[in-house]
Design a protein around this ligand. Structure first.
Ligand code: ADP
Length: 166
């Protein structure tokens, strides 16, 4: 039996924190689907195709060396519906702090009611990267700060280009 996990998020941009969580997921299952949420009104900083390309470029080789199948797609429907569509029985979420936990536990309750077959697995943030949020990365970059320590080099380049085009 092939175990598939779904890892949903905004990934605007992909950060070193996301990569930690992905590495953990690669050790748990055979197939990982990273799903980039399309927001109906907010367009974000990087366009969806760029976010997907960055994830494929950075996480692809890591998945390959873990012998895990990686697929990256976008979605705008319910996570539980997407999980069913792609055949995922595990939902991966990263936990940074108590705020993440409170929110995530609400989601677990709602998702469990809608889809009892979907098990949420929390991965604790690594001490080195638990402070990283994509929101702060975007804010720091917008104010001319160096985001190099928080994101892969290709993501930092993409953010720089996106800000210059604004
Ligand atoms: P953010 O909250 O940074 O905008 P996302 O919405 O893309 O990021 O988050 C997707 C998932 O990745 C969530 O489960 C979130 O908790 C997790 N995550 C984000 N940043 C980190 C981090 N630094 N360490 C661990 N998990 C993280």
């Amino acid at each position: 039996m092939i175990r598939t996990a779904l890892y949903p998020g905004s990934f605007d941009p992909l950060t070193n924190g996301h990569i930690d969580i992905l590495q953990a997921a690669f050790g748990l299952v055979d197939r990982v689907i990273v799903a980039v949420g399309r927001h109906p009104t907010k367009s974000g900083l990087l366009d969806i195709d760029k976010r997907i390309a960055l994830i494929e470029e950075v996480a692809g080789p890591l998945a390959e060396s873990s012998e895990v199948t990686l697929e990256v797609l976008s979605f705008d429907n319910l996570v539980v519906d997407l999980a069913q569509e792609v055949g995922a029985t595990i939902l991966i979420r990263g936990l940074r702090d108590g705020t993440d936990l409170d929110y995530e536990m609400q989601m677990v309750g709602m998702n469990r009611t809608m889809a009892h077959w979907l098990q949420t697995v929390f991965v604790p943030a690594s001490p080195h990267h638990r402070h990283i949020t994509a929101t702060l990365v975007r804010q720091i970059a917008a104010m001319g700060g160096d985001i190099g320590p928080f994101v892969p080099a290709s993501a930092a380049d993409a953010v720089r280009v996106a800000l210059a085009e604004r």
